[in-house]
Design a protein around this ligand. Structure first.
Ligand SMILES: [Zn+2]
Length: 101
């Protein structure tokens, strides 16, 4: 059974004024995967929830990941942005229910 043999943090790196950390995971079969987190450890929002990278992402790739996780309205970085409207759940909910005064 596949298990994590080693976790190596890279970073933190600053991208668009946000701190990101890349965690390199070495699996028991020698394969590697890379996950990107907001902040300086794995307790932050995971920007690679849907898939992991096979190679270390470049700064440009991390910037794209970050931008795809940033709410266009409030600027929060969350891992479940609605990719259609680019809003976090809080803001897309607000969008649905707002009252026009
Ligand atoms: Zn928002």
């Amino acid at each position: 059974m596949l298990s994590i043999a080693e976790e190596t943090p890279h970073g933190p790196v600053m991208i668009n004024d946000q701190t990101l950390t890349v965690i390199e995971i070495t699996w028991s079969d020698g394969d590697k995967s890379f996950d990107v987190y907001l902040g300086d450890n794995v307790t932050g929002v995971c920007l690679t929830n849907d898939y992991s990278w096979d190679v270390m992402p470049t700064e440009d790739e991390m910037r794209t990941l970050l931008e795809h996780a940033t709410c266009e309205r409030c600027g929060d970085v969350v891992d479940d942005i609605d990719q259609d409207c680019r809003l976090c759940p809080k803001c897309s909910h607000y969008n649905d229910t707002r009252v026009i005064l």
